[in-house]
Design a protein around this ligand. Structure first.
Ligand code: FVH
Length: 296
């Protein structure tokens, strides 16, 4: 099912991402596109393009059947939406604020309790990418809302639905972001190592980018180990990787740079080696993460 006429939409939150979203929705013909922000002065460029600035959050909600919420975090969503509960009843909230799966599920439960349709969203993009297919947006929650408003959601980027459990989109979002942050931290460590001998980071990242990219071809193999629980090493063993990672840590100390990033990898390896898995694959560190020390 799809919308017959572009639905009026209101956007709560005009940070960098909220502004990009409101602009894309307005360009997509969802008129009036109404916007609201806690602090004044962030809507000028949007108003100049024809969007409507609501004087209050209540007025913004009451202007549209679909309310897109793009605020800082869970606390700001609660602070903003709780006083609007009555006005939100019977409307759809599409919440693209970054939050934990637990927080998303709690927000969905609160919405259900008050007759508010709820779709949780996660944005795998920066504001400049909004409106382009390369922007990936993950959704979970109301299937009817996703089907009905798919054209609206596709205005922001490629929309993908992960089921009725409202926490699922956040789970994927934070898992992907976690992978990204660990990768960036690894590059920062490498850049610090070569910087200790005056090598510019620009020179280093020109090598690191293609290197990391080439290494990602091994990811499906890692996934096979993770999914099967079979860590038989085809090539290099954890004992081999331990020697390499210990050497990186030693070199880091020799160069006078921090070992925080590489020490985390050492910890994951050492736990498996100590448990007798040194002949198995590096992918076995998954077990150190999946079952952390102290977990029941
Ligand atoms: N920007 C990005 O690249 C990323 C990419 C991936 C996903 N995120 C998430 O999107 C949410 C919003 O991000 P943003 O970039 O728009 O963030 P800011 O520019 O910092 O704007 C924050 C807005 O939240 C409002 N706000 C903060 N606290 C409150 C509160 N207690 N009550 C009401 N509104 C609040 C803030 O308003 P103001 O400070 O201007 O009054 C902004 O509108 C976020 O979850 C990212 O993780 C973006």
């Amino acid at each position: 099912m799809s919308e017959q006429q572009p639905t009026p939409v209101s956007v709560l939150g005009l940070g960098a991402m909220g502004r990009a979203i409101a602009d894309a929705i307005h360009r997509g013909g969802h008129h009036p596109t109404t916007v609201w922000n806690r602090t004044a002065g962030r809507a000028e460029s949007l108003v100049a393009k024809g969007l409507t600035l609501a004087p209050t959050a209540t007025a913004a909600v009451e202007a549209s059947p679909v309310i897109v919420v793009c605020l800082l975090d869970d606390a700001s969503v609660r602070a903003t939406l709780t006083p609007l509960t009555g006005s939100l009843a019977g409307r759809l909230v599409v919440n693209v604020t970054t939050m934990t799966p637990k927080q998303a599920r709690e927000t969905a439960a609160w919405a259900a309790e008050h007759g508010i349709e709820y779709l949780d969203g996660a944005i795998m993009a920066i504001p400049e990418m909004i409106g382009l297919p390369v922007a990936s947006l993950l959704y979970s929650g109301s299937a009817a809302a996703f089907d009905t408003h798919r054209e609206l959601l596709e205005l922001l980027g490629t929309a993908r639905y992960f089921g009725t459990d409202a926490g699922r989109a956040s789970l994927y979002d934070l898992a992907l972001l976690g992978s990204m942050y660990a990768m960036f931290a690894g590059v920062a460590h490498g850049a610090a190592m070569v910087a200790s001998e005056g090598v510019p980071a620009a020179e280093f990242v020109a090598m690191a980018g293609p290197w990391i990219s080439a290494m990602t071809t091994g990811l499906p193999g890692h996934a096979e180990h993770f999914d099967s629980g079979d860590y038989a090493a085809e090539v290099q063993s954890l004992d081999f990787n331990k020697a390499a990672v210990d050497t990186i840590a030693e070199a880091s100390r020799d160069q006078g740079v921090g070992t925080d990033v590489i020490a985390a990898v050492q910890t994951l390896i050492d736990r498996q080696v100590t448990a007798g898995h040194g002949k198995e694959s590096f992918a076995r560190i998954f077990e150190s993460i999946r079952r952390p020390v102290g977990a029941s």
